[in-house]
Design a protein around this ligand. Sequence first.
Ligand code: NAD
Ligand code: KPL
Length: 303
Amino acid sequence: MHWHVLGAGSLGTLWAARLARANVPVTLLLRNRQRLASYRQGGGLTLVEQGEASLYPVPAQSVDEQSPIRLLLLACKAYDAEAAGASVAHRLSADAHVVLLQNGMGSQDAVAARLPRARCILASSTEGAFRDGDFRVVFAGHGHTWLGDPQQPSPVAWLEDLANAGISHEWTPDILSRLWRKLALNCAINPLTVLHDCRNGDLQQHPAEVATLCTELSELLSVCGQPAAAENLAEEVQRVIKATAANYSSMHQDVARQQRTEISYLIGHAWAVAQRHNCAVPHLQMLLQRLQKHLQERHLPGD
Ligand code: NAD
Ligand code: KPL
């Protein structure tokens, strides 16, 4: 299988560099010829691991080329995923697989609707990486990636490539449960860290607020057919708050860098699903409104 990676940011680079290092055929897709020219000038992707930088001259093309794509990793932010997927729709072969590596929920359905012939594989990752330059990424936290297809429980053959590349992963028939659980954790932690302008661990000073959110999120998960994702949610939220006490949440980091957040695919998605199921989540709704106001005051999109 030949991999194409669309989204040369943190996770896209992390995957492309490790696949290339394992001699798995991989091509990077860049949004236009200008980006392609600047990529070629730099000579490849740089991956920094434990302070050591290595350059991987991964071949690249712009999205508007015509050669077919059979296996695509879509590694954009949730709000860019639909447009990015659509930009390569004309190149996908009839049996194409598309791996969707977005956080939160909602973007995956939007991409799948744009690519009706492709088999969409959903992924949820706890790996951590950040960009410290153009086409240069620091591997900050080892983690694990779950993959699955809610339409088709049988695993895919190319998981072998991930094993060869040292990408810690697991196929799960329950990927929706994984995505919902992560979404619930992110809803209980991330918005409060933004509003209180604090590290994850500081939420230990706000136990009632966190507990109320966990109760509403657990109720919502049960109502929308994800009872397994609701199990012991409050305990796990407390465990994550303690385990990541010194960290700033990803949403806090986005706001601090004046970058758009993925709220529509996290707390915004939870609220929209609650509306659809007539599930009352007043604290979640209030939190969403406070967060949107906070973002707008900082000239950031409220969606
Ligand atoms: P990122 O912003 O670092 O990278 C996204 C890349 O996609 C950017 O280079 C952007 O220019 C590119 N892009 C956007 N639209 C494009 C288009 N139309 N054509 C071509 N390229 C396009 O984002 P990231 O941190 O890699 O995150 C990707 C997803 O993974 C997010 O949903 C994020 O929440 C999730 N995630 C990230 C991490 C992490 O540690 N970075 C961990 C877990 C989950
Ligand atoms: O995933 C996270 C994030 O910051 O996005 C954690 C650490 C779980 C906090 O919600």
